[in-house]
Design a protein around this ligand. Structure first.
Ligand code: 13P
Length: 292
């Protein structure tokens, strides 16, 4: 039950009006914490790596660790490659055993976005059972090596959505709706709820076909999250919060234990901190208990 791709999991979530957390991890302590939290909450789970950590450890290593953790876990778990702009690396990760791939050609002109997204979809679907996420519009902020300035970020144009989905064959769709990567500068970020609602109607109004993804989870107020789920968002990406947790906990633990030289204790402290962050997200997304 444990190694799965995201599409079926997210169709169930959309229908059940909850969402699944897609947590970006950069090391083993984080990956183990994310899995432990989801197992304890009996929640489906999407583990994500961006391209940088995938290349740092090597994609085969990432997949091997994921498989070892997922195979013994009693919940469905996916391994997703996040925001990859390189078609060939998308294909290589699919070949290595990632179960979901995001090709991010959203900065390119519409036709080129379609061409690249379709190429990755064709490859992944031919391998069997690997789902692909594509994006229209551009999500602002910084994720991995991709930086989109506020004035460059563009919201998804609903009139292009069905054509994009039909011509690419994409399994999961990420429309830019005003959420952003990184830390929001204001308590009430400007998110275009109606845009998500309209797109959800267009795509999934007659039965869920292509689950919708919300990027930029870190710092989204809880009432925004609830509303975005009600409107049809079923995959929530969370990255910055886990990175901050890792760095802050490492720093505070070492500052408080200057005479200790046991790296395992630093890892354990980080793991506990990430476990808490992920547990809170699972509660907020309503996915606890959905893996049974
Ligand atoms: P945050 O870093 O804002 O949580 O966004 C994560 C994300 O959307 C990754 O694709």
């Amino acid at each position: 039950m444990s190694i799965v791709n995201a599409k079926e999991m997210l169709i169930e979530a959309t229908e059940g009006k909850y969402a699944v957390g897609a947590f970006n991890i950069t090391n083993l302590a984080q990956m183990a914490a994310v899995v432990d939290a989801a197992v304890d909450k009996k929640s489906p789970l999407i583990i994500q790596t961006s391209v940088k950590p995938s290349k740092f450890y090597g994609r085969h290593v990432m997949v091997a660790i994921y498989r070892a953790l997922a195979e013994s876990a009693p919940i469905p778990i996916c391994l997703h490659l996040d925001h990859c702009t390189d078609v060939e690396y998308c294909k290589a990760c699919a070949d290595s055993g990632y179960t979901n791939i995001m090709i991010d050609a959203s900065k390119l002109p519409f036709e080129e976005n379609i061409r690249q997204t379709k190429e990755v979809c064709d490859h992944c679907h031919a391998l069997g059972g690997i789902s692909v996420e594509g994006e229209l519009g551009t999500v602002g902020g910084v994720e991995d090596q991709i930086k989109i300035a506020e004035d460059e970020a563009a919201l998804c144009n609903p009139s292009q959505v069905l054509e994009f989905i039909e011509r690419t064959g994409v399994d999961l769709f990420a429309p830019a709706i005003g959420t952003a990567h990184g830390v929001y500068k204001t308590k009430n970020p400007k998110v275009d709820f109606d845009r998500l609602g309209n797109i959800a109607q267009l795509v999934n109004g007659n039965g869920v076909k292509v689950p919708l993804v919300v990027h930029g989870g870190t710092g989204l107020p809880a009432d925004y999250v609830t509303r975005l789920i009600e409107l049809g968002g079923s995959k929530f990406n969370v990255s910055t919060e886990l990175k901050h947790s890792l760095i802050n906990k490492t720093y505070s633990y070492i500052s408080e234990h200057r005479d200790e030289y046991d790296p395992g204790k630093v890892d354990a402290a980080v793991k506990d901190a990430i476990y808490e962050v992920v547990s809170n997200w699972i509660d907020m997304l309503g996915s606890a208990g959905k893996a049974i």
